[in-house]
Design a protein around this ligand. Structure first.
Ligand SMILES: Cc1cc2nc3c(=O)[nH]c(=O)nc-3n(C[C@H](O)[C@H](O)[C@H](O)COP(=O)(O)OP(=O)(O)OC[C@H]3O[C@@H](n4cnc5c(N)ncnc54)[C@H](O)[C@@H]3O)c2cc1C
Length: 290
């Protein structure tokens, strides 16, 4: 160990790439220290392949970026994804130069597979696209139904107790999806041959403002909707000061989801209307609170 220039910890793709590069390019004496066995790394499980734009026509790194951000549903760091899509192709070529034997067609061209979230085939793989899984990504709007938790459950409690809510002046639009419609789309996508590799947004296809939502829930409970107007900017500011900015934003902000693609490709339509879904949710809520 004392004779080493570099000790790499971990034997996954990151560690082994660093070790090979340090040895080959910089002529270092390298050791690899890993937990348990050499083969024990997440890298061994990544049999689906590596996504990178290797065939620029009709693909592009901008399209790869857009697909990744869309599948990430707002969770991605855009700068990190930009690095991933821009540097991915050269990293794959480096792996090939190091001896990675990705699957090729009889003419020697790389075989590219397509997985959920990718609008074009761009996954190189070895030993077949080995999972054999056809992936469908389903991104729901705010899900409600029996068992609902968090803000929606709190809202049910406030309406039931008749607490006056300062939301009459809110002019937003929010998509919701009842658990029945979400399950129905999952079942439809599992059966439908056109679903594989696609991303679907799902909602009840009837967006509501928050005051309308409160009125519908109150009507289902047989109670008056107690709403009064209050300037929304002041509400937002007060919520931020109280550390409740996120919760209030979800009440006053807009978030709409267009599930037209599920209708177009799969012929899917919501089976349960928002009113019916809210009524069933209120029934569950009232049965649970006695
Ligand atoms: C089921 C599954 C499927 C996947 N499919 C894909 C796919 O199709 N395509 C894709 O791009 N990505 C896929 N991924 C993700 C991919 O596997 C990882 O992003 C990638 O392998 C991470 O490589 P790494 O070298 O950073 O980490 P790892 O491969 O996890 O390597 C970490 C190494 O560090 C070692 N180690 C940990 N702790 C210590 C310690 N204390 N001391 C010494 N050594 C330690 C571990 O033993 C291991 O050797 C998949 C992941 C999983 C789990």
């Amino acid at each position: 160990m004392a004779d080493l220039d570099l000790l790499v910890l971990g034997s996954g793709v990151a560690g082994l790439s660093a070790a090979v590069r340090a040895a080959e390019i910089h002529g270092m004496r390298v050791g690899v220290l890993t937990k348990a066995e050499l083969q024990q790394a997440t890298t061994r499980w990544a049999q689906g392949g590596v996504a990178a734009v290797l065939n620029e026509d009709p693909d592009s790194t901008d399209l790869h970026l857009a697909d990744t951000l869309s599948a990430g549903a707002g969770l991605c760091d855009v700068d990190a994804v930009r690095v991933l899509v821009d540097e991915g192709p050269s990293r794959v070529h480096e792996l090939i130069a190091l001896g990675a034997a990705f699957d090729r067609d009889p003419q020697g061209r790389l075989l590219l597979a397509r997985e959920g979230g990718h609008s074009l085939p761009r996954i190189v793989h070895a030993g077949g696209a080995a999972t054999g899984l056809e992936v469908v990504v389903i991104r729901p709007a705010l899900v409600y139904g029996p068992g609902v938790k968090a803000n929606f459950l709190r809202l049910l409690g406030l309406i039931e107790r008749g607490v006056p809510l300062p939301l009459a002046g809110v002019h937003n639009r929010r998509s919701l999806v009842g658990v029945w419609n979400l399950c129905d789309l999952i079942a439809t996508a599992a059966r439908h041959p056109a679903a594989a590799g696609e991303t679907f947004l799902v909602s009840d296809q009837h967006d509501l403002s928050t005051p309308d939502l409160v009125r519908s829930i109150a009507a289902a409970m047989g109670r008056p909707a107690r709403l009064f107007p209050f300037p929304t900017p002041v509400l937002r500011l007060a919520a931020r000061i109280a550390g409740q900015g996120g919760a209030v934003e979800r009440l006053v902000g807009s978030l709409q989801v267009d599930s037209a693609k599920a209708t177009r490709l799969l012929g899917w339509l919501p089976r349960v209307s928002v009113d019916d879904g809210l009524r069933r949710t209120v029934e569950w809520y009232q049965s649970r609170s006695g």
